[in-house]
Design a protein around this ligand. Structure first.
Ligand SMILES: [Zn+2]
Length: 160
């Protein structure tokens, strides 16, 4: 169940993804929100540096491990423009973070990339629940997923 509050946080993720695109990076953005609704940390992709592991969800997991108690992590929510990849889902699971809400799914991303003629990534796009089976997951949100789709179209029309 996605609330109006969830939608607000997802909108911020999409803004971050658009910022990444404007900086020449891939359009993915994520936000970590505490149980009381406070935004603790936000980031976007930094893979243009050449390090393909610099995903925002991975940075969130490491930030949470360094700065939060295990209780606070379990009660926090991670919002993200695109569903976690297997690496980030595993990091999320290992540090014991809570619920995930995404605007667009990995399945959607895979179909968009194939539609755009982009070669498949080296890591398979799997649902978060295939990696972290007990996590509470919500998404995609169709109206927001369309905005994420548009960012990916812009990324790949620039490079083709
Ligand atoms: Zn990732």
């Amino acid at each position: 169940m996605v609330s109006e509050q969830d939608i607000q946080h997802l909108r911020r993720c999409i803004e971050l993804a658009a910022e990444a695109l404007a900086l020449g990076d891939e359009p993915f953005g994520s936000v970590l929100v505490a149980a009381d609704g406070e935004v603790l940390f936000e980031d976007h992709n930094h893979v243009a540096s050449g390090d393909q592991t610099r995903h925002p969800e991975f940075e969130i997991a490491r930030w949470a491990a360094a700065n939060m108690t295990s209780e606070a992590r379990a009660a926090a929510t991670v919002y993200t423009s695109g569903e976690h990849c297997p690496m980030c889902a595993a990091a999320h699971g290992w540090v014991g973070l809570g619920r995930i809400v995404y605007a667009s799914s990995s399945e959607q991303l895979a179909s968009w990339l194939s539609e755009l003629g982009v070669p498949a990534p080296p890591v398979r796009t799997l649902p978060i629940r295939d990696i972290v089976p007990t996590i509470e997951v919500d998404g995609p949100v169709p109206s927001l997923a369309e905005q994420v789709h548009d960012l990916h179209r812009r990324l790949h029309s620039k490079t083709m």
